[in-house]
Design a protein around this ligand. Structure first.
Ligand code: UP5
Ligand code: MG
Length: 195
């Protein structure tokens, strides 16, 4: 008999809500493969921005805190997932960003088994990003791009969350709390819903 398809978990939330932090913990605890869509795009843009017109444009878009084109993003995810040899599950950090991306993912890749929405207040989002900007300096952790990321997130999230809610695929968690508390909720949810 063929192996069951790996479980697919999507982790969404505002910039600084803890998507990366929590997705890595999920990957570690459940032995899932981790895919960060933001990181995929950033790596590709750094590698190709000087030699390729399309990627130099995408580099500008991302550095300004706007969304990369949907088809490019889906193609990158598809390529990345295809390279994963075999896995019990895949946790995708930071995707989808809007309903269009959600539809396209389902159309071209699969229906997710679960979507985790990390709900975090604006105050905490800003505070965490500012702190990280001082420590690491991601190209899009500048004040203007942070504002754009927050605005885009606010515009797109309510419809996106509603879309997944209507299909019974999403769980919303309070991500204002500290890392361990949030992860405790996440693992209880996954244990309940997936296994
Ligand atoms: N931290 C985390 N959890 C904490 C907690 N509970 N309490 C206190 N501190 C906590 O966390 C952020 C910071 O907060 C860290 O310093 C952490 O230690 C601390 P992190 O886990 O990094 O949060 P995350 O949600 O991953 O924040 P990130 O900044 O990565 O979110 P973004 O959504 O902005 O970034 P992403 O990489 O997903 O996307 C970047 C860009 O890529 C987008 O703006 C867009 O231009 C592009 N993109 C697309 O175009 N399409 C896509 O589909 C995806 C990305
Ligand atoms: Mg992240």
């Amino acid at each position: 008999p063929s192996r069951p398809r790996p479980k697919v978990i999507l982790v969404i939330g505002g910039p600084g809500s803890g998507k990366g932090t929590q997705s890595l913990k999920i990957a570690e605890r459940y032995g899932f493969q981790y895919v960060s869509v933001g990181e995929l795009l950033r790596k590709k843009m750094i590698h190709n921005a000087t030699s390729n017109r399309k990627w130099s444009l995408i580099a500008k878009i991302i550095t300004n805190g706007e969304l990369a084109p949907q088809e490019t993003t889906i193609t990158e995810i598809k390529q990345k997932i295809m390279k994963i040899p075999e896995a019990n599950g895949i946790v995708i950090d930071g995707f989808p960003r809007d309903v269009g991306q959600a539809l396209s993912f389902e159309d071209q890749i699969c229906t997710p088994d679960l979507v985790v929405f990390l709900a975090c207040t604006n105050h905490h989002l800003k505070e965490r990003l500012q702190k990280r900007a001082e420590q690491q300096g991601r190209p899009d952790d500048n004040p203007k791009a942070i504002d754009r990321r927050l605005t885009n997130f606010k515009q797109n999230t309510i419809p996106l969350v509603k879309y997944f809610q209507e299909r019974g695929l999403i769980v919303t968690l309070d991500a204002d709390r500290d890392e361990e508390e949030v992860f405790c909720d996440i693992s209880m949810t996954l244990d309940n819903k997936l296994f």
